[in-house]
Design a protein around this ligand. Sequence first.
Ligand code: GCO
Ligand code: MN
Ligand code: MN
Length: 412
Amino acid sequence: MKPIPQADHFPLIQRLTQACGGSYRPEQRRRYFITGPQWAAAYEGQAVFHAPTRPPIGFEDVIRRFAEIGIGYWCTHDTDVIPYDALFQDRQWEITGKIKESLDANGLKCSMVTTETFHHPVFAAGPAAEAPAIREYAKRRLANTVEIGHTLGAQFAVYWPGTLGYQVQGAVEETQTLQWYAEGLNHACETDIAVAARHNRPTLKHCLEAKPFEPAAEILLPTSDAMLAFISSGLLKHPDMVGLNPEYLHELMWGAAPRAALARALVCGKLFHFDINDGYRLKHDVDIGIGLINPLDWLCVLVLLRSHGYAGPFNLDYKPPRTTSQEGVFAVSFPTAVDRFITLWEMAGEVISDSVIKDATEALKAGGEPEDPSSAQSVFEAQRELLTLHELIAHRLFQILIGQHRGRTFSI
Ligand code: GCO
Ligand code: MN
Ligand code: MN
C-alpha cells in the first residue's frame, strides 16, 4: 500500500465521516442540554506516560467550534482560562469579559464553572490539607469561582475533590479532613447566597463529583454514594444547595452499575448534573466518548433518566484520544459523541413507548395470583411463567439498540 499524501489526510477523514451518516444538524443538537467542557476540547493528550499530541487551544476557538457543531453550552475550570498569576486580579475580569463576548457572539451559554483544586502544587496535600493557609487559599478560590459563575450566567458549580485522600496511612485523620472539606463547601454556599442576591439571580446548584481510584492511593469520598452520605452527614450548613455530578465512568470504575448509582441519587433528589463518557470496569479513568464501550448499558441509563424527567446537563467529560488530531477533535470526536448521545436518548424514548416492553413490564408488575398466598411454593408457581419476561425485555432492548425492532434483518 502506498503512503497517503499529507494533504489528502483530512479530506479522507471528512469523506469517511460523511459516509458514516447519521449525524444531526447543529440546530437539532442544540435542543439538548449538552455541555462541552473547555478542558476536554483543550486536552492536549498528555498524561503520566504521555507527551502532548495536540497544540494548546484557547477558549475563543473552543467556543466557536462548539457553536459550529451545535453544542449549546460551555463549562470550564477557573484555571483552564485564567492563568494563576491573573487570579483575583483585574486581569481575571478582563478574561471573564472576553469569555462573555465569545459566548454571546457564538450564541452559547455558560452552564457550569468548577474550581481546579488538584493540579497546582499548592494542592499537593489536597484541598483540605492540615495547613490552614492551604484551606484558606482553597476557600478563596471556591468563592472566586462562584463570583465568576454568576458573572458568566452559570447555573451549576462542580467540585471534584482531587487529592482528598492519602498515599500513606495514619497521618491524615479522616473525620477531621472531611470536616475541613465541608468548611470549604460551606464557604462556597454562603458566598453564593450573598453573590446571587447581589446579581439578582438564583443560587448555583453545587454538585459533588466522586472518582474512586485517582489521584490519591486512598480516596475519602470515592463514590457518589459516599457523597450522598457526606451531604446528609450534618457537616454541611446548606445541604439543600448541594447535590451530585456523577460521572458514568467513575461509577463503572469501582464496579458499580452506573444506572443503579444514578437511581440512588434520583431517589435522594440529588441528581443535579451528569458527566457522560464511557470506559471499563475496575480500570483507570480512561474517559472514552459516550457509547463506544457500553452502548446497551448507556441505553438503559438514559431510559432511567428519561422516564424520571431528568432535565439537567449532559456534560461531555471525556478525553478525545491521543491519536485524534486537533482538527479531528472538532470534526470527528465531539460531533460523533454528541450524535451518539442524541441517538441513545431518542432510542430511550422508543424503549419507553415500546409495546412489547410495556406489556411485559406491566405483566411483571401485575404478577400472578397464588392459590395459597401463605405458601412460598404457591406464590412462586403463580409467577413462574411471567418471570421469563425479564430475559425477553433484555432481548428487546438489544433489538432496539441494533434496529431489529424496525425490521432490520441479517441474512444467514
Ligand atoms: C476527571 C474528572 C474531572 C472533573 C472536572 C470537573 O475525570 O478527572 O471527571 O474531569 O469532571 O475536574 O470538576
Ligand atoms: Mn473521568
Ligand atoms: Mn468528570
